[in-house]
Design a binder for this molecule. Structure first.
Ligand SMILES: [Fe+2]
Length: 238
């Protein structure tokens, strides 16, 4: 994403690849991280509060897919084949792995996983925002999931009141629980690393070029439409 020799659109060309996870992440917040069966646990309450911030960002992602030109019409079954293809295996695994280590877990474990997710997301969106800004200059369009709008609400930490850090700092962990927390944080970073590697490969092997499509208009002189085709990585010189 930092290589300005590659077009901004190409550097955001991983977007279709990550759709399964971005939409699943809404469900993870609603049905895995959130637990409102009781309000006795301070940490679970903080987790719950965070989930209401993060459970709907996937709608911004759909907006960006459209604005990036990845909303071309194709058969529903073809779309499903892409989402469940070998090229997007790590993206799907990410949801399953995060669910496996947080479903019905102790709230401290959930919070540790969320903090690791947020830290990773902050790095990703910090870089994506720079690329989105470059693209916005040439297209005149706004990208809210991959752009500044999303980054502004992704602080790199769990959302919550201003005293959330103090509340988390006050949590006393046993040696055993500390070991469990470190394990889940390490695991989260491992599955995200694998995911990012898959995103890079996808972007490197799919060429995205702006071109004019039948029926699409031209906005501010920018041709509206994207052609995405599998390519040989050597063709990109990467
Ligand atoms: Fe988000």
């Amino acid at each position: 994403m930092e290589d300005r020799h590659i077009s901004p659109l190409q550097r955001l060309g991983f977007a279709p690849c990550i759709a399964h996870f971005i939409l699943s992440f809404g469900d993870l917040n609603k049905y895995v991280f959130r637990d409102e069966s009781s309000d006795d646990d301070v940490i679970q309450n903080l987790v719950n509060e965070h989930t209401y911030e993060d459970d709907h960002h996937w709608q911004w992602f759909l907006h960006d897919l459209k604005e990036l030109g990845f909303n071309r019409s194709q058969c529903f079954t073809d779309t499903l084949r892409v989402l469940w293809s070998d090229e997007t295996l790590r993206t799907r695994q990410l949801s399953y792995q995060l669910s496996a280590c947080t479903l019905n877990a102790d709230p401290v474990i959930k919070m540790a996983a969320i903090e690791a997710i947020e830290a990773t997301g902050n790095i990703l969106f910090t870089h994506a925002t720079q690329v989105a800004k470059e693209l916005e200059i040439t297209t005149g369009r706004k990208y809210i999931y991959l752009g500044q709008f999303h980054l502004n609400v992704e602080t790199g930490h769990a959302a919550g009141g201003k005293d959330i850090e103090a509340q988390l700092a006050a949590v006393v962990l046993s040696a055993e629980r500390m070991e469990q927390v470190l394990q889940v944080v390490t695991h989260v970073f491992e599955v995200f690393t694998s995911w990012l590697d898959e995103m890079l490969t996808y972007a490197q092997t799919h060429a995205h070029a702006q071109t004019q499509l039948a029926g699409d208009g031209i906005i501010d002189g920018i041709v509206d439409g994207i052609v995405s085709v599998p390519i040989n990585p050597d063709a990109l010189g990467v």
